[in-house]
Ligand binder design. Structure first.
Ligand code: AHR
Length: 498
């Protein structure tokens, strides 16, 4: 039985004020050649007994289509700066193998390459975001990959594409120039990388009508010096600057278990998720100095929870379960990204299948949807909607001598004028009453859904795949322009107001 909060939570949604659009790309995803994300995840191969279309698993595509994936980042991650795209085209028997040194030292057979990835994007109905190799690749190699993909005229490289079965060029907009080049992508200093970026990016050409949106490797967490140098030295030549930060409840050495955790770890995980507010503010303020018009997008192309790997699995495969806690992390961070959509143009949760904060877990022919998947499904209403500014006063949620706001929220208005409000109650024990004033609107009706569970670590398993799933929600009432809502403890709620 959850306790009821008696203090006051207040929200004002300024329905008549919105001007920024919540870019749908904030709801993007990231899939790397890592563990069982691509192989034994998306890709089962054409001969597999698992139902597939040209080697790509049908059940996964069907599930992911329901969350409207707008963009998918590939092939890494750290893998990107070791990947040589020409190894992943042509007949399978001719594709050379390589060692995936970053991720488990397994042999990569290169069966999932450029054509397979572009086919996957077509099947998902999403845009590709390709990350090129700066760390161990050449300028020519990156230049030719863009040409292979997007050049409609005749050239040795585009003819190679035709010989491999693809006549028309593809449209590719999002192009990453390296990944984590301060670390696994070459251990570079920002000054050196800024020059490398300028050199590589200049050779990534716009062919025909294809226009590249070039994304430079950005900072690790709070490394504002990296952002400063990149904006100063290369700001005019880039469209997007990335930023990576993972939510790790403990330390990098002892991250904590994905499913066996107590109230302290629940709290620290959510506190570290809220840190996104600060991070975005500190990097944005530097970007604002060099780019007051906000032309350059902040591209958060890796985020999510990172726990100790599931016991008994390959430590290099980063396989972890996903509980109600991950749902609260996703709901909270997506609220933060929505509220910063004046600068955040894209975000890509890591990673779609079987790795880190996944949407989908598989075991042979079986597949399950995680609590995080359900948050993406519930929040898809925000994609490309107009952000509504909010004023939120939340009661504190205290753990020991630390405090965070119990409630976080974001709101948007769609083209038909319907308002969507997403609310997270982080307190694991107290139900929260909140009064939401919809200033500038005459609301007539509301409907909603809630995602919660009995315990903080409830998760979906192959035996019980629906332990956490959204349910209809009716604990709200309308009086004039004010909506009174009772948020269950540890819940994500999405309301539609007309
Ligand atoms: O997502 C796992 C890894 O985390 C990525 O390969 C890398 O970019 C980051 O350090």
């Amino acid at each position: 039985m959850s306790k009821k909060n008696t203090e006051e939570n207040k929200l004002v949604v300024n329905v008549d004020l919105g001007k920024e659009k919540i870019s749908k790309y904030i709801y993007g995803h990231f899939s790397e050649h890592l563990g069982r994300c691509i192989y034994d995840g998306f890709w089962v191969g054409k001969e597999s007994p698992v139902p597939n279309t040209r080697g790509i698993r049908n059940d996964i595509v069907e599930a992911l289509r329901k969350i409207n994936i707008p963009v998918l980042r590939w092939p890494g991650g750290c893998f990107a700066d070791e990947y040589h795209w020409q190894d992943g085209i042509g007949p399978y028997e001719d594709r050379p193998c390589m060692v995936n040194t970053h991720w488990g030292g397994v042999t990569e057979n290169n069966h999932f390459g450029t054509h397979e990835f572009m086919d996957l994007c077509d099947q998902l109905g999403c845009e590709p975001y390709i990350c090129g190799n700066v760390g161990s690749g050449t300028v020519q190699e990156m230049q030719q990959w863009v040409e292979y993909l997007t050049f409609d005229g005749q050239s040795p490289v585009s003819d190679m594409r035709r010989a491999n079965g693809r006549e028309a060029p593809w449209r590719v907009r999002f192009w990453g120039v390296g990944n984590e080049n301060w670390g696994c992508g070459g251990a570079m200093r920002p000054e050196f990388y800024a020059d490398q970026y300028r050199r590589y990016a200049i050779y990534c050409r716009n062919f025909g009508e294809n226009r590249l949106y070039k994304i430079a490797c950005g900072a690790n967490t709070a490394d504002v010096h990296w952002t400063e140098v990149l904006m100063r030295e290369a700001g005019r030549l880039l469209d997007g600057l990335s930023l990576h930060y993972y939510t790790v409840p403990g330390s990098w050495e002892e991250k904590g278990s994905a499913i066996e955790f107590d109230g302290d770890e629940w709290f620290s995980t959510l506190k570290k998720s809220i840190y996104w507010n600060e991070l975005i503010a500190m990097h944005s303020s530097i970007m604002d100095r060099y780019d007051p018009e906000k032309r350059v997008g902040l591209i958060i192309d890796e985020w999510g929870t990172w726990y100790d790997v599931e016991p008994g699995t390959n430590p290099g495969f980063l396989h972890q379960q996903n509980t109600l806690r991950d749902a609260l992390v996703a709901g909270t961070i997506l609220n933060i990204f929505n509220n910063h959509c004046e600068r955040v143009y894209m975000a890509n949760i890591a990673q779609t299948i079987n790795v880190l904060q996944a949407m989908v877990l598989t075991d042979g022919e079986q597949m399950l949807l995680t609590p995080t998947y359900h948050v993406f499904e519930m929040y898809k209403v925000h994609q490309d909607a107009t952000l509504l500014p909010i004023d939120l006063v939340s009661v504190p949620y205290t753990n020991g001598d630390e405090t965070i706001p119990a409630i976080n929220a974001s709101a948007s208005r769609d083209d038909e004028g319907k308002v969507c409000l997403s609310l997270c109650n982080l307190d694991p024990e107290r139900e929260m009453s909140i009064s939401c004033r919809l200033r500038g609107m005459k609301p007539a009706r509301t409907a909603g859904r809630v995602l919660t569970a009995d315990t903080i670590n409830t998760h979906n398993t192959f035996d019980e795949p629906e332990a956490v799933k959204p349910e209809a929600f009716d604990k709200m009432s309308l009086t004039g322009d004010t909506l009174s809502v009772s948020l269950p403890a540890k819940s994500v709620v999405v309301l539609k107001i007309e």
